[in-house]
Design a protein around this ligand. Sequence first.
Ligand code: SAH
Ligand code: SF4
Ligand code: F3S
Length: 461
Amino acid sequence: MEKLTYTHDEASARVIASFYDSPPLAYVHSYGCQQNVNDGEKIRGVLLDIGFGLCENLEQADLILFNTCAVREHAEQRVFGNVGALKKLKEKNPRLIIGVCGCMAQQQHIVDKLRASYPYVDLVFGVDGIDRLPAMLAERLTRGKRYLENPHQRDAVVEEMPIRRDSGFRAWLPIMYGCDNFCTYCIVPYVRGRERSREPADVLAEFRSLVESGYKEITLLGQNVNSYGKGLAQPVDFSDLLNLLCTVPGEYQIRFMTSHPKDASRKLIDTIAAQDHLCKHIHLPVQSGSDRILKEMNRHYTVEQYLDLIHYAKEKIPDVTFSSDIIVGFPGETEEDFQATLDLVRKVEYMQLFTFIYSKRNGTIAAKMPDPTTHAEKAARMDRLLKTQDAVAFPKIAAMAGQTVRVLVEGAGRNAGTLNGRLDNNLVVEFPGEEDLIGHYASVHLTGARAALLVGEQAAE
Ligand code: SAH
Ligand code: SF4
Ligand code: F3S
């Protein structure tokens, strides 16, 4: 694996500046997962580094960049719709540069489609292009021609990227990139390349600087954080990394995602139990409750192994909570397989579920599997899954009334004069409060719940 360091590209910055009378403005929008959102923050950082300003309004922009997600068909369709809507803006302002980057741009068929059918898209580059963005923009402006890169994989780690974070108190911190698991339904390994971990010293340095800048919640990111450390010179695993980070003094909490059940260890559970800085909430995507489907998905665990780990965590960590991702309607999923998923949901008692109807991704193994179940049937299963989950979670959430909990205040609540605070277990409570509490911890007395949303009032510290 190649480790690179970002360097400021003054030559490209000068070239770009020469095309504008005043600093140009960029609009950057990221779709998809937190990794992508974090990449979007780096894109903004790089643009600021070479003299761009940022704007939140498409009409004001000299550069519009869509940082895209390819995980489901719906995500891709949305991007094409939003890119299509830019045609009018480009007609009004022919100097506008429109760019598409991120996971969709890692697929040849998407780049071909953009090339052939979206002539007003000027710039296309994949997930490894962010540090080269200054050079690509300079090239696009100097040549006056579209700059469309065909997908390629560099599989490098670039350190010291400039970054403009969206929040001043919650931060994303990637500890690894890529994925080697090749779950049969999933496009991520094809678009994000091979798994590679950052050096613990680099993660620690970024973590320390976040804590020192006042960040209260730091979420460690990786497609499978439990395989952190593979391929690094020094032997280190994810639990070791967590213990290392927890040596940093300060008032903060650590979350992480995603834990792949096949690599989640008892050592990890013991670490969560032992470290106060680690939230007692584990996102452990199970995908299906049927061993047969898990095998077809190439997930490398059985329901029994998964439940063993859940039971161990429930034993070791008082008040531990779980959330999960579930795919409904994987090719060949029978009513019996689906029932097994409902059973599992009842057994684990997840606080939150992220549910998806299977979406066929070209190039994956599952795309070739026979899939006789109709979409209507899959939608009906989804409905039943959501009802089952609500029946499990809502009473548990309501039963929390009476507790006093510490929350990190994230922003304004939906009702006027209220705030939203996130509990350690990832649930949200709405309570009356002043906006100056945003970004700080508060003590909240829970009084009840509306569906999955807790309600409460501020408690004396
Ligand atoms: N690395 C993480 C998940 C990344 S993708 C993990 O292994 O858990 C986030 C979620 O999207 C997945 O957990 C899965 O539930 C869902 N997903 C991925 N590919 C999908 C597809 N082709 N159709 C439907 N859902 C999909
Ligand atoms: Fe996709 Fe599986 Fe990798 Fe997660 S672990 S990103 S689901 S291939
Ligand atoms: Fe989507 Fe890429 Fe993330 S495909 S889910 S943005 S890794």
